[in-house]
Design a protein around this ligand. Sequence first.
Ligand code: GDP
Length: 449
Amino acid sequence: MTSVFKSWTKGSILITDAGWGDSGKGKVVSAFSPKIGAKIIGGHNAGHTIVTDKGEFGLGLVPSTIISPKTFNIIGQEVVINPLFLIEEIKSLNKGGIAVSPKNLMIDLRSHLVTPWHSIRDALSEEARGKAAIGSLHLGVGWTFSDRINRRGLRFTDLFAKDWKARVKKEFKNQLGVIDDAKLEVKRKTGKKSKLERKLKLSEIIKIASQTRRFLAPFIGNTLEVVWKEIDMGSKILFEDSHGAMLDVSHGSWPFTTGVNTGVGAVQRSFGGKAVRSLVRIITASKAYQTRVGGGPMPTEDFGEFGKYVRTKGGEVGTRSGRARRCGAFDIPLVSYGLNAIGAGKVDEIALTKLDVLTGWPKIPVCVGYLYKGKLYKETPRVDALFLSQVKPKLVYLPGWKEDLTKIRKFKNLPKAAQNYVLYLEKHLGRRITFIGVGKHKDSYILNG
Ligand code: GDP
């Protein structure tokens, strides 16, 4: 079966990630120019970086397909929006020469708004955790999802209603109560009064709401109507994930996950079952090694020279967080589990990114199984944090290569050892690796198959 990178005529594809995110999905997305590019999940805590001839673009909420002039871009309802961040992002893309206007971007009217009270609640919940704080960036994304599930908070529909000011005031009052409760929680858990000084002001919220109404109004619409109509026409639609299977609240490394579903689950959350049924192919982006940002167990984390090598060479620092990513060997049991959780079958494809980063490392470690209570598991039965913290990775070492890969565009021109590395992963993962990233630039890749 021909790879969808080479031949995609109709139907939808999903680009997602089998691990903890940050696998270079932005670059994989930029290999396509679909009719519709739709972001399915996330907030401004996740980000993609795309390197083009015009420079390097950091994308937060706007779909990565924005760089394709032919694509109409959509932000689905399960993307929570910090409106000031989005306004800045749109302005900065326009400044950088990437045109963004209502002609090529629509935001769903049901999306929830990330508001200053979410950042305050984020900070308070971290304070209540004391030494066990998880290092949240206080962006308030998780708390916005929590409000969405608890059926409160503000959505664009509230801001564009006639009585918008009354709605904002009502929610402001609600949130003051929630914040008071969170402060009591800090006292109860730490024994000390909260040190947080930031106060919520109604005038600040009204100002943000007015700015949002002025700037974003022409972008707001019913994205379901557009997507469902295009599905019926068989149009090419690309659904873009912001996270990865390990960050899925149901299937990931709980509790170190997001509060939402990712992958196919996120397609469902933003665009419903009709969109899930329209998928003709799933592409899972995966780095040629493993990384993870933030807390929680990572079985192949390498505290030695290999970890340092790929972190430095691969520039493994979070786009938004600025935090160094934890690095280690490619984890076959974990990625295999992620592929199953995503629903990636034999027809589906893997985009292996950053193979060039491994250049120069003599013997490349790969994890082929987990040792757990004296037994070797080639496939992991679980990925929750408790289980992952108890396994020991079984590593094999594959020969490395020294040649620079960045200019290579054909699989057969890769050094034999690099070819063997890719084929080894392909065999053990049981899915085709049809895209191989060999450099930072958006066009630095090899298509295979
Ligand atoms: P995403 O969130 O999954 O899009 O990943 P990030 O944007 O956090 O990280 C992607 C980074 O890796 C960007 O700086 C890309 O330019 C870079 N990148 C993507 N693919 C490759 C590759 O094949 N080789 C190298 N060296 N860098 C790559």
